[in-house]
Design a protein around this ligand. Structure first.
Ligand code: CA
Length: 232
């Protein structure tokens, strides 16, 4: 799965240069050309990373940064600010508003891509891996196979996506709505109760004799991937 990068930038030549280089580096690039478009795109497409121009029409980069951080659905999305200004003050304001990093224009595409990879590694360590492990559970993302204590586990396509998402964020509690958005997609109309059904199936598939239930139900909050022997 290629990381989705939203380029929020109004300078057409820079957008073109970034799109070309990001796609070449195995990112999936999406574009927003002003502040309003950027906010909509973040809500609708849930990018894995936002490259955010400081000076955007309609809504400024720093304001977008704040709004992304304020929204519980998007507050975790990493942001790299693209700033034309070299002044220390602006960079500090950007970082204060919640940006993870910044680059000062003009920058080379390879520098930006290196920063993008570094931010993704820091914020989502599972990115770019072919194998995910959690306790005795292993997921082969290339071969689409799952095993627990070396015993193969049979999952549906949805079960696989759900487990993958949980394994990419171990220990974090997700509400049914958050899981629906992240695993099924923002545009699908499925009842939150469907998540319970899939969690139940996933549990059944994973809970081999003699193993602990890796999924914790957090009453009225949601679900998290946790193993007792992992908490020490
Ligand atoms: Ca601009």
């Amino acid at each position: 799965m290629k990381p989705k990068v939203l380029i929020a930038e109004d300078e057409a030549p820079l957008v073109e240069l970034l799109t070309y280089n990001l796609e070449k580096a195995s990112f999936h690039a999406q574009i927003a050309r002003d502040g309003e478009e950027a906010l909509l795109a973040v809500e609708e497409h849930r990018p894995d990373l936002v490259l955010l121009d400081w000076m955007l029409p309609y809504v400024s980069g720093v304001e977008i940064c704040r709004r992304i951080r304020r929204n519980p659905e998007t507050h975790h999305v990493p942001i790299i600010l693209l700033t034309a200004r070299g002044e220390e003050d602006d960079r500090i304001r950007g970082l204060d508003a919640g940006a993870d990093d910044y680059v000062v224009k003009p920058f080379s595409p390879s520098e930006l891509i290196a920063r993008a990879r570094a931010v993704l590694r820091r914020t989502r360590p599972a990115f770019g891996k072919d194998l995910l492990t959690f306790g005795d559970i292993a997921m082969d993302l290339v071969g689409q196979r799952v095993s627990r204590s070396d015993t193969p586990v049979d999952l549906s396509a949805t079960g696989f996506r759900l487990l993958r998402f949980l394994m990419e964020h171990p220990g974090r509690v997700f509400s049914r709505e958050q899981l629906l958005d992240s695993v099924w997609g923002h545009d699908t109309y499925i009842e939150p109760r469907t998540v319970d059904v899939h969690i139940l199936r996933l549990r059944k598939a994973l809970n081999l004799p003699g193993t602990d239930d890796p999924i914790r139900t957090v009453r009225s909050a949601g679900y998290a991937l946790e193993l007792k022997n992992q908490l020490a």
